[in-house]
Design a binder for this molecule. Sequence first.
Ligand SMILES: [Zn+2]
Length: 238
Amino acid sequence: MISRLSDLIWPPRSLLSEEIVDRPGVIEAKLWGELRFLADPRCARCGFPLPEEIGATAVCGACAASAPVFDTVRAALAYDDHARRLVLDLKRGGRRDGLPVFAKWMAAAAEDALERADFIAPAPMHWTRLAVRSFNQAAWLAQALSRASGKPWKPGALARVKRRKSQAGLSASERRRNVGGAIKARGRHAGKIVLLVDDVFTTGATLEACARALRKAGAAEVHAVTLARVVRPTDITL
Ligand SMILES: [Zn+2]
């Protein structure tokens, strides 16, 4: 009754447009068809789309040249205009009604890692930023994924110990330098299999720093899943 009444006053809107939809957290059929879900063929390690099917264990050139710090990385969506809207509504607008559906997409994208994982851990935000923003969208996504899968999540497994400047507009190497040493694991995670969660995989610098910190704390495997991933290496302005 309460939700019906609120619908009359403030009807649910599509996650991607001003269109009124029958319930919160849905997308109208026309735009749904335009979402770019990432699927095989992709690199078995970093999840980067590969041009053709060359087997389930195939890795991309970058991972072949030097093995990434992650065991696997997966993302639900390619970061295009639609994904950008979903991400910005979540992280800047604090819009939560998409979380259950985002969790389902991420669970499907990282199905194997999720099944193996002992727990889910969000990419951390520095407390001063958290104080201003009042929420960490990566923690919301991790919590939603925990609810959808039944896997425990540990919001405090990692901490951002240094506040660094925003990653927006920085190159891959600048991002790596910017985030280096800024993330620490809390407690020991000896032998654990961890699934990291963040909103967007851009150059991977943040998640790499998280993965390094977890390995240092004894984690046996570190996987990562994001809602969206930048697929064109040049397109990193968030
Ligand atoms: Zn790769």
